[in-house]
Write a protein that binds this ligand. Structure first.
Ligand code: FE2
Length: 194
């Protein structure tokens, strides 16, 4: 029996069972909650803002400047709501340390904001943030669905020795990062209450 036919017969076998449980009112209790969409059904956790946020950053999708030191990171991702629907026009406001672990607190170097497209997607070019005392490597971001509350959080890089020693590190905020050539290709999906 081929796979399609086998599935068809399996479905036929299951149907009477389903109607039996429905008739007894038991099925709703045994159904799982809304099916998870790729494990993105939990809202992205907030994390502390830290002392270096500057409002009114420029709108841009690359934080790279000519001759900027550091390994290039290309981060792509999506903003979803808790029903796993894409959030179009969500604000993402990024800030981070430079390759030496310093923040630009006078200007907007390595700071910028952008909006998700109609499918909730974003793409950011930046560099690997440097380390500074007491912290593991991280990106800061504020995420805001249109007209909703701001989520302030941070994203982390896997396989960083300091992750386990950083008191505010949260594994739910780890990006998926792969090396491709001389760049780090990172992915992250935000889930917000929208
Ligand atoms: Fe920081």
């Amino acid at each position: 029996m081929n796979t399609t036919r086998r599935r068809f017969f399996a479905l036929l076998t299951a149907l009477p069972l389903l109607s039996f449980f429905s008739a007894n009112g038991r099925l709703p209790k045994t159904l799982p909650p809304t099916p998870p969409c790729d494990d993105h059904d939990e809202p992205t956790p907030p994390l502390e803002e830290g002392p270096f946020f500057t409002p009114r950053s420029p709108e841009r999708s690359t934080l790279l400047d000519p001759n900027m030191a550091g390994t290039v990171v290309v981060l792509t991702g999506q903003v979803l709501d808790t029903n796993c629907q894409p959030v179009a026009g969500a604000l993402l406001d990024w800030w981070q340390a430079d390759d030496a672990g310093d923040y630009d607190n006078r200007g907007f170097r390595l700071r910028g904001h952008q909006y998700t497209d109609k499918r909730g997607n974003f793409r950011l070019e930046t560099i690997m943030p440097g380390l500074y005392p007491g912290r593991t490597r991280h990106l800061h971001v504020k995420v805001q669905a249109p007209g909703r509350r701001v989520l302030t959080t941070q994203l982390f890089f896997p396989d960083e020795p300091r992750n386990q020693r950083d008191g505010i590190f949260d594994p739910a905020l780890l990006m998926d990062v792969r090396r491709r050539g001389d760049k780090e290709i990172a992915k992250y999906t935000f889930v917000v209450n929208a």
